[in-house]
Design a protein around this ligand. Structure first.
Ligand SMILES: [Mg+2]
Length: 123
């Protein structure tokens, strides 16, 4: 009897963040997939249909807002929690308007992140 774990996709250009979130969320019982940029994020989201997407806003190439728009076009914009720096109110408002359902201000408490993930994607 195989128990299918819900999939969380982490999109961030910083390897340290990807590593941390992968470790913590895997430990919390999720199947974690990471992407280091927006293109990869959109591609993996299209293939894997994650239950939740944690996405950085400041990324080289396609930024978080553009990536979020692409995800929305594919019907996955409402699966996104954005991660952004303190003071980026404009970006937060824009992201919420596009369809992201929550945001985390970096540096965030990892327990807050876990709680938020569990709340929206119970496992
Ligand atoms: Mg970044």
């Amino acid at each position: 009897m195989e128990n299918k774990k819900p999939i969380v996709l982490v999109v961030d250009d910083q390897p340290g963040i990807r590593f941390l979130l992968d470790e913590v969320l895997t430990e919390s019982g999720y199947e974690v997939v990471t992407a280091s940029n927006g293109y990869e994020g959109v591609e993996k989201a299209g293939v894997l249909h994650p239950g939740l997407i944690l996405m950085d806003m400041k990324m080289p190439g396609m930024d978080g807002i553009e990536t979020l728009r692409k995800l929305k076009q594919r019907g996955q914009g409402d699966k996104v929690i954005i991660m952004t720096a303190y003071g980026e109110n404009e970006i937060v408002n824009q992201a919420l308007e596009i369809g992201a359902f929550a945001y985390l201000i970096k540096p965030f408490d990892i327990r807050v992140l876990c709680r938020l993930v569990k709340e929206h994607l119970p496992n």
